[in-house]
Design a protein. Structure first.
Length: 243
């Protein structure tokens, strides 16, 4: 395919722009600042869920501590009642039952005290975890505020720029119809159509070509768009540094 060298850059820009829009899909019109804000908002939602779970764990453990303390109070009252009844009871069988019940109460109180100590240790860690999530949420709120202002400014600036569809239409209008048609045909074939060649690799398939192929491409006429021997893309030649 032949094309005036001054128009080859336009054709490459057309192909590159259309590929970028196709790759971006629905996010093609989103600014990077808006994408950063969306990412932070997603992170905030996840963090809020984590913070809610951390608070729920604290609430559950606090309820467990209250239950243990209430059970301990009941057992201590029972142990005191048994002790008081033993002071007045003379029946051996009845005294045996009271002693057994008192021993059971004291044994259960000891178990509860151990459980209470473990619960206090655990709730300390749970509260620390809850507080960490709270602090992270506070930091995130500040970042979101900054990101929201940046996104608003970037979106406003982007709205003033040319619409991508209009830009593509303008690029197409600058090119010969037969060149656009051949570009479209090749794009249907390999989803690229036209790509840059930096002296070593094809910008369509990113394959570093053999020396003989590189020499043939470099030696083609200035108004000729050689094709990549690997993927078939028409190549717009650039310098070794991609210029």
């Amino acid at each position: 395919m032949k094309l005036d060298p001054t128009q080859q850059t336009t054709l490459l820009e057309l192909a590159t722009t259309e590929r970028a829009i196709a790759a971006a899909g629905d996010r093609a019109t989103e600014t990077p600042e808006q994408q950063d804000l969306d990412r932070l908002l997603d992170e905030q939602r996840r963090m809020r869920d984590a913070a809610a779970s951390a608070q729920m764990a604290v609430d559950d453990m606090e309820a467990e501590i209250l239950r243990i303390q209430e059970d301990e109070r009941k057992l201590r009252r029972r142990e005191r009642d048994n002790k008081a009844q033993l002071g007045a009871e003379t029946d051996p069988e009845r005294r045996r039952d009271l002693e057994h019940d008192r021993y059971s109460a004291k044994s259960r109180i000891a178990d509860l005290m151990a459980e209470l100590q473990e619960a206090h240790n655990e709730i300390h860690a749970l509260r620390n975890n809850r507080d960490v999530h709270g602090a992270q949420l506070d930091d995130l709120e500040v970042k979101i505020g900054t990101a929201r202002r940046a996104a608003d400014a970037a979106n406003e600036a982007a709205a003033a720029l040319q619409d991508p569809a209009e830009h593509i239409a303008a690029l197409r209008a600058q090119l010969p119809e037969d060149v656009v048609a051949e570009y479209e045909r090749q794009k249907i074939e390999n989803e690229v159509g036209v790509a840059a060649f930096n002296g070593r690799a094809c910008g369509g398939c990113f394959i570093v070509l053999p020396p003989a192929d590189r020499s043939a491409i470099a030696g083609a006429a200035a108004d000729e768009l050689p094709q990549c021997p690997n993927c078939g893309s028409y190549l717009v030649r650039r310098g070794p540094e991609g210029q």
